[in-house]
Write a protein that binds this ligand. Structure first.
Ligand SMILES: *Cc1c(COP(=O)(O)O)cnc(C)c1O
Length: 351
């Protein structure tokens, strides 16, 4: 079965070898306070900054998942008001979680076809946080770097927090244009689930220290103190960090990966435009995601494709929300091979 599921997704081919190496090197039972761990953690963070082009003065933390990052942000960086821009299920879920902790959370929903206009998003000049999902995995839309940067520029007293779970390590993200970025590794990183990455600007770190929330095991001030020593408050997914380090050691810089992702996106776009019974769910090309393709058609056609795909050894992503029976999703993540995309295109040709 070739997985085109947009997470958990296909892992890099070298993964089984890396797991064997981890066993041989004794990584599976190392202590998370040991020198070996500290060296590995430091190296992995260095590689993340180098390969993904993350500013040196940003702080990177290891968490368990992107969902945990939603919670860390809510508990440690929000005191009252937060604004949540969303057009799909993940962004809405982030808002829902936050609202349970802080009733002052404000939803700003927008349409799947709509390109956000930063000039309409100028908030009162207080301190707060603006949350947005860079790549909405549920409907295959994205917010571009320029828009994110303009939102921050128009609202400098606000922290801008960005869910990049299904795009980080797949496309270029302009980390310096926002304060908080996070992802989990089972999407574009091509790794097994169980590890999250949280990236914070100096302004976010200062805010966390000023708020000084210390009621949770993963309260940000604790995480900051531990990360000063390249460690985590809890025992982290040590094997996951090791695998991340190995994958990063062997991957291209993000500019190269990005070009390949966009090239494949364009191939998919052309291919889909020539299909008879299905099309891209989102018509506005300006907001189409580079890493997740939602494919839309009438229910009968889509049901038929889903069934036949399984039989032919392709795992497609399920649709989401209202259009679930009329959509399936195709991941365009770096670990997927050219030959696999070709096979899937061959299979879909007749539709
Ligand atoms: C997958 C996903 C999440 C949740 O990730 P977990 O690792 O399950 O916590 C959150 N946001 C987006 C945009 C996602 O694609």
């Amino acid at each position: 079965m070739i997985s085109f599921y947009p997470g958990p997704s296909r892992v890099h081919d070298a993964l089984p070898q890396y797991v064997k190496d981890a066993a041989k090197e004794g990584i599976m039972s190392i202590n998370h306070r040991s020198e070996t761990f500290v060296a590995m953690s430091k190296k992995t963070i260095g590689l993340l900054k180098e390969k993904l082009n993350i500013p040196r003065n940003y702080t990177i933390f290891f968490t368990s998942s992107a969902t945990e990052c939603w919670e860390i942000i809510a508990q440690s960086l929000i005191t009252d008001k937060s604004y949540h821009l969303y057009n799909g299920s993940f962004g809405q879920k982030w808002f829902d979680y936050t609202q349970r902790l802080h009733p002052g959370a404000m939803p700003i929903a927008f349409d799947t076809e709509e390109q956000l206009d930063p000039n309409k998003l100028i908030l009162d000049q207080r301190e707060g946080i603006i949350c947005l999902t860079q790549n909405e995995t549920s409907n295959g839309t994205q917010v571009d770097n320029r828009t994110i940067g303009a939102i921050k520029k128009n609202n400098p007293s606000y922290l801008v927090a960005v869910d990049a779970t299904s795009s980080m390590a797949g496309i270029k993200l302009d980390f310096k244009s926002a304060d908080i970025w996070f992802a989990s590794v089972q999407k574009c990183f091509g790794l097994p689930a169980g590890l999250g990455i949280l990236v914070c600007s100096p302004q976010a770190i200062d805010r966390a220290k000023a708020i000084n929330e210390r009621s949770h095991y993963n309260s940000l001030p604790f995480m900051i103190e531990m990360m000063d020593k390249w460690q985590t408050p809890f025992t982290p997914n040590v094997l996951g960090i090791y695998l991340l380090m190995r994958v990063l050691e062997n991957c291209e810089k993000i500019a190269t990966v990005h070009d390949e992702t966009v090239k494949r996106y364009n191939q998919w776009k052309t291919f889909l435009s020539e299909c008879k019974s299905v099309r891209h769910l989102v018509r506005n090309e300006a907001v189409q995601s580079y890493t997740v393709f939602p494919v839309f058609g009438d229910e009968a056609a889509v049901t038929k494709i889903k069934k036949a795909a399984k039989k032919n050894g392709f795992l497609l992503g399920e649709g989401y929300g209202t259009f679930k029976p009329q959509t399936f999703r195709i991941a365009n993540f770096p670990a997927i091979k050219k030959s696999e995309i070709k096979s899937l295109m061959n299979f879909l040709q007749g539709y």
